[in-house]
Design a protein around this ligand. Structure first.
Ligand SMILES: Cc1cc2nc3c(=O)[nH]c(=O)nc-3n(C[C@H](O)[C@H](O)[C@H](O)COP(=O)(O)OP(=O)(O)OC[C@H]3O[C@@H](n4cnc5c(N)ncnc54)[C@H](O)[C@@H]3O)c2cc1C
Length: 434
């Protein structure tokens, strides 16, 4: 890679792990002489958050300030360059990417539109929920795709909780999409209401009306049937109204209208269904993309049609040899693909033959707040195809996050941060009370 410019766009689960590892290996803090690659991370946000915890930030059962990691600090520690900017186009001919102007919340222009050159481009821009063209989603629903969106939902939730208490009215929250995001958010909201009662919000748990709406015949479609059944029973026992086979046709300011014409009233509406990659990817000349705008990649995670562009995580579509379905957009896939590129990028850029990426299924976990967790153990490892629940599953779920942190901070610092979190859980309120 010598003196090449490696530009990574998207500092999420995959992108930040790559930037950190390459920065530590080749970056500006290494005192090695001679040419070395320039590692540049570009993200539209100024701080990273482990996306699978966004529902806890939305519910206010975790503190955003404590969990986020600013890119400037990480770039300084790991030795890569960071630029804030939103990718909006790629000129493959001149090998330049276009970044949109950066605007303040009030619309003022902070940084002008600009272009950045690359020798190798790694796309890790993730995904957003997919509204499937449903009218009203943009206008009337909250999405949980970014830390700012989770924060915006939480701001509104706290206002509505206060109003509901003072007016002694129900607070109706409806979530569309019963994948991991919707299911975990529903449970976390029940946990929030219980904790609020413990802090003196008498009756709030009875005023919370949570509805989970799913178009399919069961929740957690990507999980084994047994997990879906257990999670459904548990959610219902917690008072969540789980509605299956219910397709939303329209969203209004007052709730959802189903394809059968039924109205489901909701004061707060969350859209957590489907997944699609950013739309601009489908407009890049010469790149092959799927219906959901994901970049189609080969076994080496190279974009089909351009060997200098790599794509991984939620924004990429890889169908392993011999399979008919592309890999699911999960944190596990994003992390494993990041590890593959960290190991093989140098050889791939030198044109050496590298064995294709192989996905290893270590199972899937879903957490219902502090109430329960369920997991399948996947096709690899000692407990092949097994099932876990309760404390073991909760600990495994926590370990996914903690191992991501240790890859970013290093083993000892990551461990210290975990310890600080455990102490904070003892000494600070368990929900946001401001
Ligand atoms: C609430 C919730 C719960 C989840 N729970 C689980 C779970 O339990 N297990 C699991 O495996 N998966 C879970 N997922 C899915 C998991 O979070 C994703 O699969 C994973 O984050 C994908 O990683 P990524 O690196 O591809 O993208 P991300 O982690 O989403 O990172 C994308 C990054 O790109 C940046 N970006 C986006 N567009 C641009 C642009 N145009 N220009 C510059 N930067 C850009 C974003 O700011 C972000 O930093 C959950 C997701 C959500 C929302």
């Amino acid at each position: 890679m010598k003196d090449q410019r490696i530009v990574i766009v998207g500092g999420g689960v995959a992108g930040l792990e790559i930037a950190t590892a390459l920065g530590r290996r080749h970056g500006i803090r290494r005192r090695r002489r001679g040419p070395r690659p320039t590692i540049i991370l570009i993200d539209r946000d100024s701080a990273h958050i482990w996306k699978p915890m966004l529902h806890t930030l939305a519910a206010g059962t975790r503190d955003l300030a404590q969990q986020q990691l600013t890119y400037i600090a990480q770039a300084h520690d790991a030795g890569f360059h960071y630029q804030q900017g939103e990718l909006c186009g790629i000129d493959r001919g001149s090998r330049r990417i276009a970044l949109a102007p950066l605007l303040a919340p009030d619309g003022r222009e902070l940084v002008l539109a600009r272009t950045v050159s690359y020798d190798a481009l790694i796309l890790a821009v993730g995904s957003t929920a997919n509204d499937f063209g449903t009218p009203g989603v943009d206008e009337f629903c909250y999405l949980l795709d970014t830390r700012l969106a989770a924060e915006a939902f939480n701001q509104e939730l706290r206002i509505r909780m206060m109003q509901s208490l003072v007016r002694e009215e129900a607070l109706r929250i409806a979530i569309v999409g019963a994948g991991a995001t919707g299911v975990e958010l529903a449970a976390e909201l029940v946990q929030l209401a219980e904790a609020a009662v413990a802090y003196g919000a008498d009756g709030l748990d009875r005023q919370f009306r949570i509805t989970l709406i799913e178009s399919g015949p069961r929740i957690l479609a990507a999980f084994p049937e047994r997990i879906a059944q257990l999670a459904t029973q548990r959610l219902r026992s917690l008072g969540v109204d789980v509605r299956l086979d219910t397709r939303v046709a329209r969203v209004t300011a007052h709730g959802f209208v189903t394809a059968d014409g039924e109205s489901i009233a909701a004061d707060l509406r969350v859209w957590a269904a489907g997944v699609e990659a950013p739309a601009f990817l489908a407009e890049v000349d010469g790149l092959q993309t799927t219906r959901n705008h994901q970049v189609v990649v080969d076994g080496n995670l190279r974009a089909v049609g351009d060997p200098r562009i790599f794509a991984l995580g939620d924004c990429a579509s890889l169908t392993p040899a011999g399979e008919t379905q592309a890999l699911a957009p999960t944190a596990q896939v994003a992390h494993q693909q990041a590890r593959y590129l960290i190991r093989h990028l140098e050889d791939l850029l030198l044109g050496k033959p590298v064995a294709p990426y192989r996905y290893r299924d270590f199972g899937a976990l879903v957490s219902l707040g502090h109430f329960d967790a369920y997991g399948s153990l996947g096709k690899f490892g000692f407990f092949e195809g097994g099932f876990i629940k309760g404390r073991a599953a909760q600990l495994s779920h926590a370990m996914l996050y903690r191992s991501h942190q240790s890859r970013l901070y290093g083993f000892w610092r990551g461990g210290l941060i975990w310890l600080v979190d455990l102490i904070n859980r003892r000494v600070k309120p368990s929900i946001r009370l401001d």
